[in-house]
Design a protein around this ligand. Structure first.
Ligand code: AAL
Length: 424
């Protein structure tokens, strides 16, 4: 009995010390009479003076009070695909820039840039048979899958077109639209070698239509999303066409490059009612100030976007309640490159978008030879929790513990080492 009493007294003493310790570390009462509350981030904005940082949590554009409760925050996990053959893995066969993944006929379908050339890409030596870029002299191929990991390549969907039609040099970077019972593939349609005559990766967008996801595909044989007029932000480049059905129309997002050194990439929006156009570019273009290949998906009444790689707001997930005025909803890392998300409600225009949990992406420059124009790319799968219908706490972890060797692989360049060692 005495022992139990002694233990109880001891516990009470410890607890009272703990409380005293916590109180002693909180703000002095006279500065914040109420003090910023202890515990997780309060659900309601506290009635106390707050810093810009904490005001931002409540009044900013984030869609959650912390990572765990932010439906538009996720980390990303990657899985290699099975079933796709890259030959001798010497840069001659490449797959990249996957479309959105759709499910039909009881299986998943994906379309992508497929290149199979006698040599790897060579920016200086490109010609009628040597590709100047990883996506030059390419076709649109497709594959199907039961589980999104093992894929069966079905072959070509859209080959290079005949001259002089747009896409005779190369067709790449496809995306899919299912609209009024038909299937449409949009793609970058090259009429000259990327990078030729000192130009950039210049191209417009064309499209093809089919009654079936398995084809045959009939080309538009015309440009569907035009380059902008001279002197405008998208005068040379219309990349990464990405159609959704939203507000009863086709909302086709795309990447433009605004020039500059390094180039500034931004995302534009063109809206149409006929899949082969005309598409009217939004007067507020560009609508996203960063990113590169940008996957978007319906979320609640608006649209969300995975904004990766480039720009002031790279590595963010953004949200526009109107599909036009995007704000930062979350900051993340390890975003997929060239994501082709599985977006079950991409074309349903439900007004209550549910979000995404996986898709395909690519890893480029696999040979690590020069830039990505000297090598090849592989497709891979990404998983995440950006869905209102999934609750996967592991995907809400922001703290990534990589094997240190991964970080050491991205060590200082020779030039940096010289600077650091002061021997410059
Ligand atoms: C991709 C996309 C477009 C570019 C090139 C191939 O990531 O942005 O398609 O043209 O790179």
């Amino acid at each position: 009995m005495k022992n139990h009493l002694f233990i109880a007294v001891l516990i009470l003493l410890v607890l009272s010390c703990e409380t005293t310790k916590k109180e002693s570390t909180s703000q002095p009462k006279d500065e914040y009479p109420e003090g910023f509350p202890y515990g997780n981030v309060p659900r309601e904005k506290p009635n106390t003076p707050m810093s810009a940082a904490f005001n931002r949590i409540y009044d900013g554009s984030y869609t959650g009070l912390e990572c765990q409760s932010n439906e538009l925050f996720s980390t990303f996990k990657y899985t290699p695909l099975k079933g796709l053959d890259y030959g001798k893995k010497d840069g001659r066969i490449s797959r990249r820039d996957a479309s959105k993944v759709i499910k039909t006929n009881g299986k998943y379908y994906v379309w992508y840039t497929h290149r199979n050339t006698p040599t790897p890409p060579n920016a200086e030596a490109g010609n009628d048979t040597i590709p100047s870029r990883d996506w030059d002299l390419a076709e649109i191929w497709y594959a199907t899958s039961k589980d999104g990991i093992t894929w069966e390549e079905q072959g070509v969907a859209v080959p290079r077109l005949e001259k002089p039609y747009p896409g005779w040099r190369s067709v790449s970077t496809p995306d899919i639209l299912v609209y009024k019972g038909k299937y449409y593939l949009y793609y970058q349609a090259y009429t000259e070698m990327p990078g030729s005559q000192g130009k950039g990766d210049d191209c417009p967008v064309a499209a093809s239509v089919s009654d079936s996801p398995d084809g045959p595909w009939t080309p538009s044989n015309k440009v569907v999303v035009e380059n902008g007029p001279e002197g405008t932000w998208d005068q040379f480049i219309i990349h990464d066409p990405y159609p959704l059905v939203y507000k009863d129309k086709i909302y086709l997002y795309y990447k433009g490059e605004m020039g500059g050194n390094p180039r500034v990439r931004a995302q534009g929006l063109a809206i149409g009612e006929d899949p082969f156009g005309p598409f009217k570019k939004h007067p507020l273009n560009p609508v996203i100030n960063s990113g590169h290949e940008t996957a978007l998906f319906p979320f609640k009444e608006g649209l969300a976007a995975l904004v990766s790689r480039h720009g002031l707001e790279h590595n963010t997930i953004q949200y526009a309640p109107d599909g036009v005025n995007f704000e930062i909803a979350a900051i993340t890392s390890l975003l997929p490159i060239a994501p082709g998300a599985h977006v079950p409600d991409a074309f349903t225009d439900s007004g209550n978008g549910r979000g995404i949990t996986w898709g395909l992406c690519h890893f480029r420059d696999v040979l690590k030879v020069g830039g990505n124009s000297q090598s090849y790319s592989i497709l891979a799968r990404f998983d995440c929790d950006l869905s209102l219908d999934l609750d996967d706490p592991e995907m809400k972890e922001s703290d990534i513990f990589n094997d240190p060797e991964i970080n050491f692989k991205f060590g200082l360049s020779e030039k940096q080492l010289e600077r650091v060692l002061g021997s410059e």
